[in-house]
Write a protein of this length. Sequence first.
Length: 242
Amino acid sequence: MQSNDLYINFANSILQVTFNDINLLITAFTHRSYLNEHKKTVHEHNERLEFLGDAVLELVTTEYLYSNFDEPEGILTNWRSSLVRTESIGAAAEKLGFEPLLRLSRGEKRGTDRARAQILANSFEAVVGALYIDQGYEAVKRFITNVLLVTFHDILVSGSWLDPKSHLQEMVQNQQGFTPIYKVISEEGPDHDKTFTVGVYINGHIQGTGVGPSKQAGQQQAAQSALRFYDPQSADKSGDNN
């Protein structure tokens, strides 16, 4: 079991705060699976903190975009999604050194890279929740600004904020007058680690397929694949940033 000192040092050096209740931060790193192997000593996992942190993360990001940009709601929504998506916050967690602090079952420690990336992203949201409860809004806003919002310029330059599904629908409706339809072609793997293959159909013909850990992710990949037919330059730019 990790020592409290590990989390205290992390709070001081990385979060740059002194937690009033270090157990909150420890809980933020505690995966549900860990409780199964430590039932007598651990009684809470990080999912409630993750729930709270998700809302705080969206609020801070929304406030930043609203205060600094005049774009319409649809674009701001896409920008926000690019900042708070699993890949973005998972990468931030990895960069900050979250992994040694994660409290996982032996089975989860041997999990796939994709499962680990999801756990890192979830723990980032949980840490945000813990920081909000223990230190307040301004402290958590400062953390999110320094760690996540500083990446926004690169997101704008790269074009990775573009939503392939929305872009494809716009292109298809403008060029052909149809609306893309998405269908799940196959599902593989156990419930906790499924892989979905999704096809996008336009006027009854399949125009692209995509694979992802959720139906939504598969749809985005399928849309990106189809965009190579309707807007090759945009699709290539999106593909370079996945």
